[in-house]
Write a protein that binds this ligand. Structure first.
Ligand code: GLN
Length: 533
């Protein structure tokens, strides 16, 4: 039978609830339990797929093609388990499914209400996470802060779950802030007390309180929180600010957080194996080299928009004991820049990530041309592939008008175009080419060398494709199509062997990189960048 942990947040947002949830999951997994994770987002969008990256940061895509919150990226990177459609539930998802049932007549006779219909739907989604994953423990993070109007139905559903399942099957972790007040130079517990009062007002007594603080909490302070918030003192866990987020699971382990959970669930406290994780921390704390990589994008003011890309670069860096410094280059500003040498002066590699719409496109194309002509290692992701192909068509094949129909519907040479089955689509939400598709790698190519296998599965999120009508001319001019999807005959990877390291993929490898298992494409890109003279 599956057990359920719920992680709520109090006082302020941005406390690192996602990292707390992931860290606990990692600890439980390292004791041999199968763990699955889920996040509730209290907004009305059905998923974040239609939101601007400026609003929301990256959209993380799971293997089954669900567009999800970026916290799921942390989850997968920490626990290295594939999450699925049950892993990110929004208010919009809940309401649309209840309304659909109402129209279908499933509630005939009843007045459809928040309690019980919406709360039942929420509980069903929690149970579904358990059954679809067959996990021993599901950890559900509730987005937002306790007390928000938006999240009330979720909190109420959790209260009911505790009532139905009991303490030995459900556990509440509440994360709060313990601020340090300069002047009096002390940590203050009052915000924690008040946010626990809010939670209790909604019928939930937390079992564990995680206190984010700039320094460790001493025993007196823990005792005070224990007294006011009615949790045993050992269940007050401190979460001090750290330089390296991978340290957080270890800090929780030292305070026996996973043991507290297992005890409450009456589960065996099996031996923990954290050696791989310890090794990772060692590596991260002892990097002995550093290089700069330029990331050319249009959402660079919000680094969260590229979080998985940045993490993947770091992971590959860890493998080579190298710290990766990112040179954030605004693609729009690049359009009028004449001195590219100055911009890329210190960079050993150039990466062009995914994106939508035509703003900043010409700047990215300029960066790609620069990388190609100056022999700088290049990695293009999704839109980065599409633009690399456009650049090549324009500047090597002589097709000066080459473009994508995404930017110019009537362009003379639509090197990048919509797939036939995308042309009739009217709804924007959830209709991109999403999730895992197979890619067949061509032998004797860089891609094949990197993966060292013939068939790979990678996650996608795009609507446009390389136009097969132009494959001949591209190949005649030296571009190698090193990965294709056999079923639909779609280009998945391109490379340019006349260059020391020029490769781009239509999929998003950044979703599959893990701190202890860097992705092959990132690994070889970083290696080439390190080796660049
Ligand atoms: N805008 C492009 C497309 O839809 C690329 C998408 C992306 O980079 N994720 O095909």
């Amino acid at each position: 039978m599956t057990k359920y942990v719920f992680v709520t947040g109090g006082v302020v947002s941005g406390l690192g609830k996602g990292i707390t949830a992931s860290s606990l999951a990692l600890l439980l997994k390292s004791r041999g339990y199968k763990v699955f994770m889920q996040k509730f987002d209290p907004y009305i969008n059905v998923d974040p797929g239609t939101m601007s990256p400026f609003q929301h940061g990256e959209v993380f895509v799971t293997a089954d093609g669900t567009e999800t919150d970026l916290d799921l990226g942390h989850y997968e990177r920490f626990i290295d388990e594939e999450l699925n459609y049950t892993s990110n539930i929004t208010t919009g998802k809940i309401y649309s499914s209840v309304i659909e049932k109402e129209r279908h007549g499933d509630y005939l006779g009843a007045t459809v209400q928040i309690v019980p219909h919406i709360t039942n739907e929420i509980k069903n989604k929690i149970y579904e996470a358990g059954t679809s994953s067959n996990a021993d423990i599901v950890i559900t993070e509730i987005g937002g802060t306790v007390g928000d109007i938006e999240s009330q139905a979720f909190i109420e559903a959790l209260r009911q779950m505790r009532n139905e399942q009991g303490r030995e099957n459900t556990l509440f972790v509440h994360t709060t802030l313990v601020p340090f007040i300069y002047g009096s130079n002390e940590l203050k517990t009052k915000p924690t007390q008040h946010s626990v009062m809010d939670l209790r007002g909604m019928g939930i007594q937390p079992d564990i309180i995680v206190c984010r603080a700039p320094v460790e909490l001493d025993e007196n302070l823990k005792a005070k929180i224990s007294l006011f918030c009615s949790v045993p003192v050992e269940n007050v866990i401190d979460s001090v600010d750290v330089k390296n987020i991978y340290q957080i699971p270890i800090n929780y382990y030292n305070q026996k957080m996973d043991e507290i959970v297992l005890k409450q669930f009456n589960l065996d406290i099996k031996k923990s194996n954290l050696s791989e994780w310890q090794q990772l921390i060692n590596t991260v704390n002892n990097l002995n080299n550093e290089i700069e990589i330029s990331l050319v994008g249009k959402y660079i003011e919000l680094h969260d928009a590229y979080i998985s890309v940045v993490e993947s670069l770091k992971h590959a860096g860890y493998f080579y004991k190298t710290k990766i410094n990112i040179n954030w280059v605004d693609s729009e500003k690049l359009e009028d820049e004449v001195d590219l040498d100055k911009i890329f002066k210190n960079s050993k590699g150039i990466l062009v990530p995914g994106g939508f719409g035509n703003r900043g496109i010409e700047g990215k194309i300029k960066a790609i041309q620069y990388a190609r002509e100056k022999n700088i290692p290049f990695l293009g992701l999704c839109l980065g592939l599409q633009l690399a192909v456009i650049e090549f068509a324009r500047n090597v094949c002589g097709l000066k008008e080459a473009s994508s129909t995404e930017f110019d519907e009537l362009c003379q040479d639509p090197i990048i175009d919509l797939m036939a089955d995308q042309k009739s689509i009217v709804n924007m939400g959830g209709t991109l080419r999403l999730g895992n598709y197979e890619c067949h790698l061509k032998k004797n190519t860089l891609a094949y060398k990197d993966y060292n296998q013939e068939f790979i599965l990678e996650r996608h999120r795009h609507r446009y494709e390389v136009n097969n009508k132009y494959r001949d001319i591209l190949e005649k001019n030296g571009l190698v199509i090193s990965g294709i999807n056999d079923k639909s005959d779609l280009v998945e990877i391109i490379e340019y062997p006349k260059h020391p390291h020029f490769i781009a993929c239509q999929f998003h490898p950044e979703f599959k990189s893990r701190p202890t298992k860097p992705h092959p494409l990132f690994k070889s890109f970083i290696k080439a960048s390190i080796d660049k003279k």
